[in-house]
Design a protein. Structure first.
Length: 419
């Protein structure tokens, strides 16, 4: 198994180069946030449990060479230290890492944070410039603050599931780690903003990001519409958006979507389908009118679109400058010419067949995406401790005692190696 050079050795480019992040988050939201920071040049030190590591290391199948595809998708460009926080020496080692860090990230439950003494006030008392980011299910306060947070729970409680699914059917979860990924993006945004002030004046901050709040943000237009008097929405197959027409339709061979964003676009769309009477209908000139007569429009559009293939309709709608697309399967997405042209799929070094997805931003100042692979559990333990100024003899003792693990080997095996 081979790995790319460490973050310290390569001196990555990017606006966050020189930023040191100590990240002890697990699962998906926190690791997504720290991966985006690493993509922007930060040196991310991933603190993991000995033996098992991040919970997501076990999420699978699929596994490639023992590496979880799910884990890899949120953990490129990081260095890993395996550290047992149950041992006093392990907790002391974490504190020493955080004392010289710019950012600390955690997603532990509040009781554990208090028990370990790594709450914001404690850590920022010794490192006032520290940016402390807490990721959770429901936030640091409120009656639900101590409840465990999962993507599914956040989608349910935020109302996101209540508007998702087939018309007349049961509420459905959006079938990806939506809450986690968006929360990771929000955390990365907030941390990056705090870094601006930190670099300007040395001030730290405490950042509170939750899955629930992120999903509420996703629901902002629906919540605003409901509070403004719109009827409470229910699952409807995506047909009850504020816009009409804005949904999928079957054609002669497969589904396409059509997104009508303004009145002129509606006229072009109806004309392209040969629905000249609808195009000229005064009742349908505005979106409000089209919503009122949605059922009549949808029936007419569906009947016409079913007469030709998706490719034929896409060609016609492109000529009419109407947004439309095939509803692609993942096998098509990964070979889509736009996916390829954007360099969206990043191969993981040393793991043939394992890929991650490029962060959803490109900076002109970063010529090529940072893609230094996925670290093995504890791969950089010695390196990180050495950089922190830990004496070599103490490093060896920590290894022998099983407080830290190096290169992903079981504690007992490493103890022999380090004796």
């Amino acid at each position: 198994m081979t790995f790319a050079m460490s973050g310290a050795a390569k001196k990555p480019l990017g606006p966050l180069a020189g930023l040191r992040v100590v990240d002890m988050t697990t699962s998906y939201a926190g690791p997504t946030a720290s991966m985006y920071l690493a993509d922007l040049g930060a040196d991310v030190i991933k603190v993991e449990k000995p033996r098992a590591g991040d919970d997501a290391r076990g999420w699978g199948p699929p596994f490639i060479d023992g590496e979880s595809a799910w884990y890899a998708s949120a953990n490129r460009n990081k260095r890993s230290i395996a550290l047992d926080l149950r041992a006093p020496e392990g907790l002391a080692t974490l504190r020493s890492l955080v004392a010289t860090a710019d950012v600390f990230m955690q997603n532990l439950n509040p009781a554990k944070i208090e028990r370990l003494g790594i709450h914001p006030e404690a850590l920022r008392a010794t490192n006032p410039r520290l940016i402390y980011c807490a990721l959770s299910g429901f936030g640091l306060d409120g009656p639900a603050h101590a409840q465990p947070g999962y993507d599914l729970a956040a989608q349910a409680r935020s109302g996101l599931m209540s508007v998702t699914g087939a018309r007349g059917g049961s509420p459905q979860r959006v079938s990806t780690a939506l809450s986690d990924i968006v929360t990771g993006m929000c955390a990365a945004l907030a941390i990056s903003a705090a870094v601006v002030r930190q670099r300007a004046g040395g001030e730290g901050d405490t950042i509170d990001v939750s899955l629930f709040d992120s999903d509420l943000a996703l629901m902002a237009p629906r919540i605003a519409s409901f509070l403004a008097g719109e009827p409470e929405p229910a699952p409807s197959g995506g047909t009850d958006s504020v816009l009409a027409v804005y949904q999928s339709f079957p054609t002669a061979d497969r589904d396409i979507i059509v997104a009508i964003g303004n009145d002129g676009m509606w006229v072009r769309f109806a004309g392209a389908l040969g629905l000249t009477e609808l195009a000229a209908d005064a009742q349908l000139r505005t979106n409000a009118g089209r919503r009122e007569h949605r059922a009549r429009i949808i029936d007419a559009v569906r009947n016409v679109l079913s007469t030709r293939t998706a490719e034929e309709w896409l060609r016609t709608l492109r000529e009419a400058n109407v947004p439309a697309s095939i509803v692609q399967s993942l096998s098509e997405v990964v070979t889509d010419e736009q996916t390829i042209a954007r360099g969206a799929l990043l191969p993981v070094a040393g793991h043939d067949g394992l890929f991650t997805v490029h962060s959803p931003f490109r900076l002109a100042s970063i010529g090529h995406a940072r893609n230094e692979g996925v670290a093995a559990l504890g791969q950089h333990t010695r390196e990180i401790l050495d950089e922190a100024g830990v004496e070599p003899s103490r490093i060896e003792k920590l290894l022998r005692d099983g407080v830290v693990v190096d290169a992903g080997l079981p504690v007992g095996e490493k103890a022999v190696a380090g004796a």
